[in-house]
Design a protein around this ligand. Structure first.
Ligand SMILES: CC(C)(COP(=O)(O)OP(=O)(O)OC[C@H]1O[C@@H](n2cnc3c(N)ncnc32)[C@H](O)[C@@H]1OP(=O)(O)O)[C@@H](O)C(=O)NCCC(=O)NCCS
Length: 271
């Protein structure tokens, strides 16, 4: 069934019980319940005690297919049943699902039964900052901070590794138009380093232009954004690809921690 109005707020509270494993869908609902952005429909297997919850962005144009579908499940058998039998997922088009890695085999098996190709797009550490008080001061003389707006969609899309050859523009535009972002500007006022917020409230798409690396910009941006999100009552967390050691160390040094047994993964179907 689809959740609406008050149910979406109740679902947010229910997901708190399963933190940190429910972090991605929890963060998604926290933002969805407070900020008007591109439309999302939220489905559960039953109500009010749900076992599976699926946040499904509405697809209006081809580029929307890039928006991922976060799923949280407390019961693997019910998850399998839902994705096999219900029509909550449209297996005829490209879909990208973000979910706990331990559900990977089930997803792959269902896809193969349906004759749909599947690929693992990313496996990530989920890093959470519980205490923002130890973040370094963001009083950084000589660093000019700003935010990004829709005029920067092309720049962000061009530099984001997952957008290569893909139409991620509409997803990035939604992020820039509706969710917090932060950037470092050069002397001409051009962004040289930036960080955005995903629809799941996770910080991400962190990037520093190669010629500006090692100047402490990423440190400043993460600290600034973390303090801002925390002050607004949002969870402070991010996903780091397992192989991105530089980034992992960067966030770890700033106090982000993870449950080492948990990995969040993204799978693409019909790619
Ligand atoms: C990761 C990235 C954002 C770092 O940006 P940056 O502005 O150079 O980072 P900073 O100057 O603030 O450095 C942060 C820390 O990382 C370390 N670091 C930065 N680049 C590094 C490298 N190539 N190798 C090892 N350490 C590195 C710095 O020494 C610093 O450590 P410290 O805090 O202990 O001094 C940048 O390398 C980048 O854009 N990489 C490609 C995209 C990417 O991986 N994004 C992250 C996705 S989660």
């Amino acid at each position: 069934m689809e959740l609406t109005g008050e149910q979406l707020k109740m679902a947010e509270n229910q997901l708190k019980r399963y933190l940190p494993r429910s972090q991605q869908v929890y963060g998604y609902l926290v933002l969805r319940n407070r900020v008007r952005s591109d439309p999302v429909r939220v489905f559960v297997d039953r109500w009010p005690e749900f076992n599976v919850i699926v946040c499904k962005p509405q697809y209006e144009q081809k580029g929307d297919l890039f928006k991922d579908i976060p799923v949280f499940a407390t019961d693997q058998a019910i998850l399998e049943d839902i994705i096999t039998k219900s029509n909550v997922l449209d297996w005829t088009q490209f879909i990208c699902i973000g979910i706990n890695l331990r559900h990977m085999e089930i997803l792959k098996a269902v896809a193969s039964e349906k004759g749909v190709s599947s690929s693992q797009l990313a496996v990530c550490h989920m890093m959470i900052l519980k205490d923002v008080s130890n973040l370094p001061s963001i009083d950084s003389p000589g660093i000019s901070l700003s935010y990004l707006d829709e005029s920067h969609v092309g720049l962000v899309n061009q530099m984001w590794k997952f957008a290569k050859n893909k139409e991620a523009v509409r997803m990035i535009r939604n992020m820039l138009a509706n969710f917090p972002s932060c950037s470092v500007l050069d002397a001409e006022g051009k962004p040289v380093s930036w960080i955005l917020t995903y629809a799941s409230c996770a910080m991400g798409i962190l990037y520093t232009l190669p010629e500006h690396r090692g100047k402490g910009y990423a440190n400043v941006l993460i600290s600034t954004m973390a303090k801002r999100l925390h002050a607004q009552g949002y969870p402070v967390y991010c996903f780091i690809e397992e192989e991105n050691e530089t980034s992992y160390k960067l966030f770890k040094n700033l106090g982000f921690t993870q449950d080492p047994s948990h990995r969040e993964a993204w799978f693409g179907f019909n790619d």
